[in-house]
Design a protein around this ligand. Structure first.
Ligand code: ADP
Length: 210
């Protein structure tokens, strides 16, 4: 099964994908994670991508398309995958089609800006484990009270200036993909304004997974 998770930043795509991979026996591919890994390792791609990411801009299509194609060619993708955060532009979607990737369904997360802002501004990441917490309520665990303050950090693109830019970028560059995949009859809409547990349950039901 090959799925695309579409929706604004903070819609819960990554968290819901993690809840589904075991049940579907497929893997999650997050281009955001792949890019952050490249930045951390200091690869050529990472060096080029960093400034765009910190500002909440999209990384240029050619870089992301190359990265994604390389990833889906690996053997662990044979059973299928959830693309989380790709495609984010029409040219990226065209590149996927040109690579003969047959998409089964596109899950579209609908969510209000106020909910997005609360989730993104509250997101904190553990330096030690990479685990994600949220200081605002919404179904993601709060950081444990005994966790040392300096273990947690906030992503640069979760800071207020970058959040508003990411929303603008989403509406302009990514939202047109809803019409693109609606034409192909692939869209399943889910209400992303709820806690993540019920959202994951709804997605499973829509896909016919128990
Ligand atoms: P979120 O979904 O919370 O915005 P991601 O982790 O998916 O965060 O992405 C973080 C950043 O990585 C994006 O703001 C963008 O700069 C870059 N990025 C991720 N995926 C893509 C993509 N498909 N095309 C261009 N840039 C991307």
């Amino acid at each position: 099964m090959k799925l695309i998770f579409l929706g604004p930043p903070g819609a819960g795509k990554g968290t819901v994908a993690q809840k589904l991979v075991d049940d579907l026996k497929i893997i999650q591919i997050s281009t955001g994670d792949l890019l952050r890994e490249a930045v951390k390792k200091g690869t050529e791609l990472g060096k080029k991508a960093k400034a765009y990411m910190d500002a909440g801009e999209l990384v240029p299509d050619d870089l992301v398309i190359g990265l994604l194609k390389e990833r889906i060619a690996r053997p662990d993708c044979q059973n299928g995958f959830i693309l989380d955060g790709f495609p984010r532009t029409i040219p990226q979607a065209d590149a996927l089609a040109a690579a003969k990737v047959v998409v089964d369904k596109v899950i579209n997360f609908n969510i209000a800006d106020a909910v997005i802002i609360s989730r993104l501004s509250g997101r904190r990441v553990s330096r030690k484990t990479g685990k994600i917490y949220n200081v605002n309520p919404g179904g993601i665990p709060m950081p444990p009270p005994d966790m040392p303050k300096d273990e947690l950090f906030q992503r640069d693109d979760d800071k207020p200036e970058a959040i508003s830019n990411r929303l603008v970028v989403y509406r302009k560059q990514t939202e047109p993909l809803i019409a693109y995949y609606t034409k192909k009859n692939l869209i399943i809409n889910v209400d992303g304004n709820r806690d993540l547990g019920p959202i994951a349950a709804e997605v499973k039901k829509a896909l016919g997974v128990k």
